[in-house]
Design a binder for this molecule. Structure first.
Ligand SMILES: Cc1cc2nc3c(=O)[nH]c(=O)nc-3n(C[C@H](O)[C@H](O)[C@H](O)COP(=O)(O)OP(=O)(O)OC[C@H]3O[C@@H](n4cnc5c(N)ncnc54)[C@H](O)[C@@H]3O)c2cc1C
Length: 399
């Protein structure tokens, strides 16, 4: 595997840096730096999305024919690294990272023509209707019932943990159209509008004081059958394909930046007459984390090399999902440890963009504890770590 950068790639890096230095406003940087969770608030998320869309760079991983950048994997890697270094907000993954690639792989020509441009422009904001109150890890047991009525399906039941359903105008959803066979059979993949009569969205609040997820109820909701993706009763194949995109993704570059920030904070923090960065125990933790991030980086390169030979991310994406969840959580723990009592004050007003309320203690303390709580969810969301390890054991290691 050759991981050196060609002159063309270095020129591309310069182009990206130049764009970021002019396009990334202080407000967006602040929104990203003080974001208390994994998901940025809708307003700043969409503001950044639209800037990227205007530049033609909103979908770095999509093929050019569908409005993506057509960048090769090295260019995508450079993009991820430079945006991490610059401290940009992230974009919401449900449309660009999940629904779009899924439609490119399995949608009809009409579905692609209609939905893909709207995902790119930000006109449509998607949420994911997979989990149900009694179906999470065992997703194939889902029960939200869809009954056929002419050229419509009529939906009754509920979905839970639906991220940003309160902002979304569209949902991709798994419904039960037949329960006579194995659980995986009889599931249908549908696209629906969130303003259909009979849909209601109830908030679920987090310990981190954020509203990201919801429970969504369906009471006789009529969805046209033309919104089925793939074949009726064959939605499981489409659902699994989409999950490979949800679970993949890089992250080592962003973690590397997180570690740098942590190291800088430890250099500025005095504990018992010495700098925290010189404390043997904390120094070891920082160094071990650096080694783990390097290992994560090389795993990411290996998966990139595999994707470059063609195809989707494959079950290996479960490796990245688990390692990334663990690393995000660990960095948030180390941040709380480094800040000590300065992590404790509840200061949401100091996190507001454009505020002039000074932080109590180091600025990093403003988001540290909410982020620590919020990141607990990352080893559950998108499929729990235990379930990802089962997938790796079976489908990657063949155990
Ligand atoms: C922040 C957040 C955002 C989310 N966003 C969405 C969303 O937008 N859309 C959506 O559809 N869902 C979403 N989810 C739901 C998420 O996909 C589920 O929470 C997840 O799949 C786990 O399901 P569960 O919560 O039902 O837990 P369960 O499946 O009940 O699992 C409980 C525990 O048992 C363990 N376990 C279960 N089965 C096995 C097994 N076979 N082997 C070993 N251990 C096992 C699990 O690892 C877990 O620790 C979100 C969840 C969170 C926390």
């Amino acid at each position: 595997m050759d991981i050196s950068f060609s002159a063309e790639h270095e020129a591309f890096r310069d182009e990206v840096k130049e764009f970021l230095s002019s396009a990334l406003t202080d407000e967006l940087k602040q929104a990203a730096a003080f974001c208390p969770g994994i998901f940025l608030d809708y307003e700043h998320n969409m503001a950044w999305h639209k800037i990227l869309y205007q530049q033609g760079w909103v979908a770095p991983a999509w093929p050019e024919e569908y409005g993506g950048t057509g960048w090769d994997l090295m260019q995508q890697y450079i993009w991820t690294t430079e945006t991490s270094l610059a401290g940009t907000p992230s974009t919401a993954p449900m449309g660009l990272g999940m629904c779009g690639p899924m439609l490119i792989g399995h949608g009809t020509a009409a579905q692609k023509d209609y939905y893909l441009p709207r995902i790119l422009s930000g006109e449509d904001y998607w949420c994911q209707g997979y989990s149900e109150p009694a179906s999470g890890s065992d997703l194939a047991s889902l029960q939200l019932k869809a009954t056929s009525d002419g050229d419509h399906l009529v939906l009754n039941g509920s979905k839970i943990w639906t991220t940003h359903a309160h902002y979304a105008n569209r949902m991709f959803i798994l419904v039960r159209t037949d329960d006579s066979g194995k659980p995986q059979q009889g599931i249908t993949f549908l696209l629906l509008d969130m303003d259909l009569p009979g849909i209601s969205v109830e908030p679920i609040l987090f310990a981190s004081d954020t509203h990201e997820v919801n429970q969504v109820f369906f009471d006789n909701v009529r969805v046209p059958k033309k919104n089925i993706v793939g074949e009726e009763n064959q939605g499981w194949t489409v659902a699994k394909y989409l999950l490979e995109f949800e679970r993949g993704g890089g992250g080592a570059a962003r973690f590397g930046i997180g570690l740098q920030r942590l190291r800088r904070l430890a250099e500025q923090t005095n504990v018992g007459g010495q700098k925290l960065v010189d404390d043997e125990d904390f120094k070891n933790k920082l160094n071990e984390t650096g080694v783990k991030i390097d290992a994560l980086q090389f795993t990411e390169f290996r998966i990139m090399a595999q994707i470059s030979k063609g195809g989707s991310p494959g079950p290996e994406s479960s490796i990245m999902k688990t390692l990334s969840a663990d690393m995000g959580q660990y960095l948030s723990e180390l941040m709380v440890e480094a800040l000590a009592f300065y992590a404790s004050p509840h200061q949401p007003e100091a996190r507001e963009v454009g505020q002039n309320t000074p932080a109590i203690g180091p600025a990093a303390g403003v988001a540290a504890f909410p982020r620590y709580f919020n990141y607990r969810a990352s080893s559950i969301a998108g499929g729990s770590n235990e379930v990802q390890r089962n997938i790796v054991a079976k489908l990657v290691l063949g155990l």
